[in-house]
Ligand binder design. Structure first.
Ligand SMILES: Cc1cc2nc3c(=O)[nH]c(=O)nc-3n(C[C@H](O)[C@H](O)[C@H](O)COP(=O)(O)O)c2cc1C
Length: 193
């Protein structure tokens, strides 16, 4: 079974990006399982190198690292904050990326991991301004960031709280993007032994 970890860059209960993730997950083909990382499951302090040996923090980071490692790919939907990624998402990536430096037996959780980036916001940019920063972040961590990204301007009008999509956004372009990303993930994973 191919597993895609869905990561939201917003912790907000009413997050538009969480709604967008729901829509993208619904477009995944059969044979691909979506594993949703809930913000409550993250629960990490602001990164502090002096806390890298704190047993309570290490236990949480290990669990998150294992979750990322187990995924065949990631779909990340995040708002931009002043044109960059949210501190929540950056903090999560920082903690998870640091663990193999402390425990060299561990592989990098993002190494060679295909990543599809997505964003929405209530504004005109739809989070598109922050996509290059996300691309740089995941690329730096060794991920293989998909060439296209899905961005949705005026997201508060495009996706209703119940997940209903405005017909203007219900077209095929982003479904096609998700399908091609999933096809790439399946191809990279190769035939099961
Ligand atoms: C600190 C901060 C900075 C923001 N900067 C941007 C921005 O650069 N571009 C943008 O379109 N929206 C910006 N916004 C508005 C967010 O896109 C909006 O709050 C959005 O709903 C957040 O995503 P979420 O609904 O998934 O939590 C900002 C919001 C905050 C709190």
């Amino acid at each position: 079974m191919t597993r895609i970890l869905l990561v939201c860059g917003s912790q907000r209960a009413a997050s538009l990006n969480a709604r967008l993730l729901d829509a993208l997950a619904a477009a995944l083909p059969a044979g691909v399982v979506a594993d949703r990382l809930r913000p409550a499951e993250v629960d990490l302090p602001l990164f502090d190198a002096d806390r890298e040996d704190d047993p309570a923090v290490v236990a949480r980071v290990r669990a998150l690292h294992a979750r990322f490692l187990a995924a065949d790919a990631l779909i990340v939907a995040s708002p931009e904050y002043n044109g960059l990624m949210t501190p929540f998402l950056k903090n999560l990536v920082d903690w998870v990326s640091r663990l193999p430096y402390r425990d060299p037996a561990l592989a990098g959780a993002f190494a060679d991991k295909p990543v599809l980036l997505a964003a929405t916001s209530p504004g005109w940019s739809g989070g598109a301004v922050g996509i290059p920063a996300l691309r740089a972040l995941f690329g730096y961590c060794g991920a293989v960031v998909f060439g296209e990204a899905i961005t949705l301007p005026y997201g508060d009008r495009a996706i209703a709280p119940d997940g209903t999509l405005d017909p203007a956004f219900a077209g095929i372009w982003w479904r096609d993007c998700v399908a091609r990303f999933a096809a790439l993930v399946l191809c990279l994973k190769g035939p099961r032994p």
